[in-house]
Design a protein around this ligand. Sequence first.
Ligand code: JFZ
Length: 440
Amino acid sequence: MNVQRIASLWMFLFLIINLYAQKDYVPAPENLKNREWFQDAKFGLFIHWGVYSELAGGGDYGIAEWIMNQKKIPVKLYEKLPTFFNPTQFDPKEWVSMVKNAGMKYIVITSKHHDGFAMYGSKVSNYNVVDRTPYGKDVIKMLKDECDRQGIKLFFYHSQLDWHHPDYFPRGNTGQGYTGRPESGDWNKYLDYMNAQLTELLTNYGEVGGIWFDGMWDKWDAPWRLDETYALIHKLQPGALIGSNHHKAPFPGEDFQMFERDLPGENTMGFNQTGTISELPLEMCETMNGSWGFNLIDQDYKSSKQLIQTMVKAAGYGANFLLNTGPMPNGKIQPENVDTLMIMGKWMNKYGETIYGTRRGPIKPTTWGATTQKDNKVWIHVLDCKDDYLFIGKLPKKIKSAVFFDDRSKVSFKETEYGTILNLPAIKKQKVDTIIEIEL
Ligand code: JFZ
């Protein structure tokens, strides 16, 4: 096939998908309010927790919540996992306090991942944590109650793809053959089931932050009835924000755009299929090592410096940073992750003013760093500059004052017709982020 044919095929698929999105969606006032809240919040915790956590990647680097598919575990055998899922050390208060101390404002947790196992007490299927595990408690409910107590918003990651449900048929690119499901099924029945579970999540848990979808990419050409699902969510909770990890430009009905393990518009991972950065609120998700769910041998931890710098760059795009942890099967957060979050929290405590409540700055993130702004203040975040002088390009207005954020001492600068040059003496430089506060 030549390039043109491939391009038009994609266009065609894109059109079909759009036909199924919530075409005439007008966000409710509370939705618009929550979008502002979301953009102010900037930092959240992503939690991948399920019965797959018990297998801890099975000794394979790069396997975690995908283990059912990657190791071709049939449904019948995978169903043994819940029978010994018993996170007796799960302490929602500890989790949420950790989140607060990290300076995070919201949590996105897996209500159901691709394995189809519901981490909450569902009535439309007993394949859930209350009915199938010795623990027998609704961990999502426990977490939500604690989030409410501590003022943290909770979002649900919900997988559209399902390797367990028989009616997820015809199958997509994954979950074929090995699962032992019949080679038949009623797709619409599956979608009814998915919508029923979403209804439970949006009815029985109070006000939620929103729904973080994932899995459409498994079956691009399927009639997902997105219009119906999105309208249902917005009807049940008009304020709930919908996002979907489909790696394309947002579809109608979505309230934010997400980027997986890449800064907005970038594509170093090969996931992002669009150069579009929409005007919707943005979010970037990232792992602390290389895994989402708990992986025993993945020691490839990113440093807190690296994570803070990525968060700052995301903020420079106006995007939130959703940082992941994969709790262990006993209900504890990996100690390495607890440490990292504590360090990030200390940084946020000191420098949060330059991140929370800001929007993307006047100068696009680049090799030396990023900029954020609020009202007439602009923060220049210098993440990497070896020299004493830094050329930052053009600001929209003349500078009234410029000081180092740390000690409020004056920054000397020169405005030229090409842009501004800042003087950054070595003694003023910080290890992670040297912040210059500018008033315009
Ligand atoms: C998806 C999930 O599959 C994964 O388990 C995790 O939850 C992450 C946050 O989201 O990751 C994907 C999905 C699709 C592709 C790559 C990663 N893809 O199509 O290339």
